[in-house]
Design a protein around this ligand. Sequence first.
Ligand code: SAH
Ligand code: SF4
Ligand code: F3S
Length: 434
Amino acid sequence: MDAMTKHETPDSAAKTDGQTAKKVFIKTYGCQMNVYDSQRMADALAADGYAATETIEEADLVLLNTCHIREKAAEKVYSELGRIRQLKKARATEGRETLVGVTGCVAQAEGSEIIRRAPVVDLVVGPQTYHRLPDVLARVRGGARVVETDYAIEDKFEHLPAPSRREVAKRGVTAFLTVQEGCDKFCTFCVVPYTRGSEISRPVSQIVAEAERLAAAGVREVTLLGQNVNAWHGEGPDGSEWGLGRLLFRLAEIPGIARLRYTTSHPRDMDDELINAHRDLETLMPYLHLPVQAGSDRILKAMNRRHSASDYIRLVERIRSARPDIALSGDFIVGFPGETDEDFEETLRLVREVGYASAFSFKYSPRPGTPGAEMGDQVPENVKDERLQRLQALLVEQQQAFTVAMVGRTMPTLLENRGGKGGKGAAPPPGPLL
Ligand code: SAH
Ligand code: SF4
Ligand code: F3S
């Protein structure tokens, strides 16, 4: 029996004694990995007797699962903590205790500073120690304030309990599955290598077991997650080294899995096997998120992306010759230190050459502790604003062109939610989904 089966949360755990069962409210910021992590935390807490609630007012435990990627994302947490302070005070006058925790990337980056700045916080837990949440809560109930941000020696994934079948079904027909976590690339603008730690790949057996459980509970589309998901590698059952392409083929064999996706990829880790998976694997959706950040080689170098604009364009050509109908999306940063008008024009040129179906674009935000924040030649805010507007206008144009090109085409569809009263998260309709 594998670790996940052993730790399965009983269906009854979350509803032991109706009225008095403790409740947890988790608010999720940031990327898909945080969405996945929030679910795994909910699973760990269900095993500890906490039922999940979507109403903060009835929560005995409030967790903010935070993001540190840009200044705005990180600052949101403190304004939310201000509101929670009022709530905690109001509930205390009714004689009810509310525990407050900060998890995620702000927890990892700021640690005990959070408690200093926001005394309402009882616990701070970084992404590598979520399996220790029940133990942390026991210490908090004993009167301690706990900051748990060490990188655990034990494998958190082995120790996190799997959700019950009923819980998975409740979450819908699409699911995330983290296969890789952390980053060794150290782009000079980015906090992720510091908040998520160095790259780890989960073993094949663990991933397959989790995907099988999802499929058995009715999930039809699985999105594999990793900060550098295509750097995933592991030992296959035959003892050979597998890359993400091979893993996708293995997961596609699981009965019930109709669609696979993965995100986020780094251009340097797109190998032939993965590109071929886009050509040969029907289950792999014709979509790829492949961030490039900028179109100027000078800026790409300063960002430590370790590829040139033409490397990226050649890669896109190889991917498109394997899968001509692939929809590409990307991430862009405008106003990285030293970016001139000419550098920015090169970003626009790259966008025109590639053609994106969708994209995310951001103004550069200097992050404490990253090399970018220390660089001279920071770009003024008004210049960043103007560049962002121009870039977004072009991206929106491309997105509309993509949508228009879809008109009149017949495609298989995955029904994610029932309309009407059932709403989001309702059980999938019976019968074939695709
Ligand atoms: N691992 C992914 C990206 C994770 S962060 C990758 O390598 O592509 C998601 C996006 O946020 C990045 O692609 C980048 O476009 C943006 N981003 C990261 N740090 C930023 C910063 N300091 N300022 C503005 N945008 C940033
Ligand atoms: Fe950040 Fe770069 Fe790592 Fe992506 S590859 S997580 S942008 S450091
Ligand atoms: Fe944000 Fe951490 Fe994800 S910084 S983008 S929540 S990895």
